[in-house]
Each structure stands twice: as C-alpha cells, then as structure tokens.
Design a protein around this ligand. Structure first.
Ligand SMILES: C[S@@+](CC[C@H](N)C(=O)[O-])C[C@H]1O[C@@H](n2cnc3c(N)ncnc32)[C@H](O)[C@@H]1O
Length: 338
C-alpha cells in the first residue's frame, strides 16, 4: 500500500479550524437508564484486553488479516477524502495550516493511528478501555518519537484535554485509569499529533461541533446494542464532524438479521439471545508466534444493508459506498456527513 505524502494533505486541506475545543467541564455523566448488566457489557472489552496482555501478547490488534481489512478501509476513506478535496478545489492551502483531523471512536489499541498521523493528519482516539489506551500510547510513542511537540490544533486553541476518569460509568471504582493525555505538567504528555481520550463514545459532547474532517469507526457501532446508545453516538458523531466529512464504518453484517427497534438491553438479550458465556478461541501474536487465547464473547448487534442505510440516513449521514467483505459477515461503509 502506498500512502500519499504529507504535502498531499496540506495541498488538499479541508478548511479552517473552527473553534475546535474540548470542553473539559463536560456534563457527561453516564446514562442513568443503563442497567447494571448493560454497564458491565460496555466494559467487557477492558476485561478481554487484560486477558490478552496477561498472556504476554504485546498488541492484540497485530492480527494481520483484521488489520489488513482495516487498512484497506482506511485507504478507501482517504481516497474519498482526496477526491472530495480536489473537487472542492481546496488545493492552495499552505503547508503551515492546521492539519486535517481524524476522530476514531472505539479506537482500542489504535492500530490505525500511526498510519493516520504519518501522512499528515491529526488523530484523536476515544475508548473506554484503559488497558487498550495504554497500549495505544505505547504504540504511538514508538512510532512518533518522544512526542514532545503538541499538536497545532490543541496548542493553537489552548486546549489541554484530560482523561475524563470517573465521569464514565463506574470507571472511578476501577483501578486508576491510565492518564493517556493531559495538561503539560500533569504527568500526561501530549503525543505529537495524536491524542487518546478515555471516554464513552455515546457522550462525545466534550468536543465542539464540527471539530473533525474524517472519522473511522472500526468495529465500534455494532458494540452498541440499544437504539438510544446508537442514536446518541451517531448524532454526537455527526455533530462533531464538519459538513462533508467522510466516515469509515467497519461493522458486523447479516443480510437476514433483525433490523427492528431495540429499546433496552433486556430487549436486545431477548431478541438476539447472544451467547455471552461460551468461550471462544482467538489468535494473537507473541514474538512472531501465534498464541491462542480463550475469551468469553461480547455483545454485538449486526445489521443488514438496509438496516445500516435506514439508521445512518436519519443520523445525518449519506452512504457513498457499501461493501460486504469477503467473509460475508462484515461490511465496510463509507459515508459522508451531510
Ligand atoms: C471490537 S473493539 C475495536 C477496537 C479498534 N477499533 C480496533 O479495530 O482494533 C471495540 C472497542 O470499542 C470500545 N468500546 C465499546 N463500547 C464503548 C463505549 N461506549 N465508549 C467507548 N469505547 C467503547 C471497546 O473498549 C473496544 O476497544
């Protein structure tokens, strides 16, 4: 795969930064309507990551096939972005201007972040799982040197994002979450042009509207199983994207799945009857060798093509491309924020 040079992005820059500023006094208390069981499931991934790392696996998301599909998706997203930028005739921006910004909700270990930052985009990853964010930080430190220079975006606006520990679900009752980024002097360093924020994606309210030029959702949306959570996430995502921003969704796909409403977690359990007990064997890599790891399943909610179209449209997205992947169980969607 070949990546465009950094200059490419500056040439085809997508407009001035407009007041992008993370509000740190966010009123993002978690949804009181979530049941205890539901809260637990939204943290299920933290448990999975820990189990993987206990086996001595450095990065879970090093699995080549999964990464390959995500990288192909990212490449397609950037192609759309490039085409749009050239049609919009915005190729006269000087290289000194603020870099385009990509948001990745549910970034996990942020396997795509180095690929985003190196061709000249700023990257902001958001995830609930502190263990994965710690790995994401390590990954970025390796690929971005010591990360001592803060992003022009944040420095220009005097913004110092902090980890919103204690504001999401029951995070404060867990072991102290990893401070991934934070104000200088707080012990949490900004990482070059990449930022990691521990937060719930259904509460993206701490970003100013129209803060991002692009977004990647790699296997997140299908983790949100209740309509109200999905609505909040998608409308929040739409709000923080600039009009015309492109988004990549990589999600579970089933043509014959239930696409009707799911009003509560209990209803999800009743309709989808997911097997959250049987242990599945997953593969990870340790020093080039395969390691088999036993993990309990997590909840997920696939959709059909029509289901995704009917959901994304009212949330403010136009679907530009819909591809069912080779497995027939996953799809890749490129959408545009209207
Ligand atoms: C299937 S993993 C995908 C991780 C990453 N995008 C990748 O492709 O490697 C789903 C991720 O979504 C995160 N997640 C699930 N629900 C979330 C929520 N409500 N807010 C923030 N992150 C969430 C999990 O912690 C997990 O890291």
């Amino acid at each position: 795969m070949s990546w465009p040079s950094p200059d490419f992005y500056f040439m085809f820059g997508v407009g001035e930064m407009s007041g992008a500023k993370a509000k740190m006094d966010s009123n993002n208390a978690s949804d009181p309507n979530r049941s205890e069981q539901e809260r637990k499931y939204y943290f299920a991934y933290e448990d999975r990551y820990r189990r993987v790392y206990e086996q001595g696996v450095p990065f879970w998301s090093a699995f080549p096939q999964e990464l390959k599909e995500e990288l192909e998706g990212l490449e397609e997203l950037l192609r759309f972005y490039h085409e749009h930028a050239s049609h919009a005739g915005t190729c006269t921006r000087p290289a000194t201007q603020v870099r385009p910004r990509l948001l990745e909700p549910g970034c996990g270990e942020a396997p795509l972040a180095p690929r985003v930052v190196s061709p000249g985009l700023d990257y902001v990853g958001v995830d609930l799982a502190p263990s994965a964010l710690k790995k994401a930080k390590e990954r970025l430190e390796v690929s971005l040197g010591d990360g001592s220079s803060p992003s022009p975006w944040f420095s220009k606006h005097g913004v110092t994002p902090v980890v919103s520990s204690g504001r999401c679900h029951d995070l404060d009752s867990r072991q102290s979450p990893v401070p991934v980024i934070g104000p200088s002097g707080s012990g949490c360093r900004p990482l070059g042009n990449a930022f990691l924020i521990q937060h719930d994606v259904t509460e993206l309210t701490f970003f100013e509207p129209q803060s991002f030029d692009l977004a990647v959702d790699a296997n997140l949306l299908h983790m949100l199983v209740v309509d109200s959570d999905r609505d909040r996430y998608l409308s929040g995502l739409s709000r923080v994207l600039k009009p015309g921003a492109h988004v990549l969704f990589m999600e579970l796909f089933r043509e014959d799945t239930y696409d009707g409403p799911v009003e509560s977690f209990d209803e999800y359990m009743r309709i989808f009857a997911p097997d959250l007990v049987t242990v599945e064997e997953r593969t990870a890599f340790k020093e080039g060798e395969e390691v088999k790891i036993q993990l309990t399943q997590v909840q997920s909610r696939p959709r059909s093509r029509r289901g995704y179209l009917e959901e994304l449209g009212p949330s403010g997205f136009e679907v530009l491309a819909f591809t069912v992947l080779e497995s027939g169980l996953e799809c890749r969607i490129i959408a545009r924020r209207l």
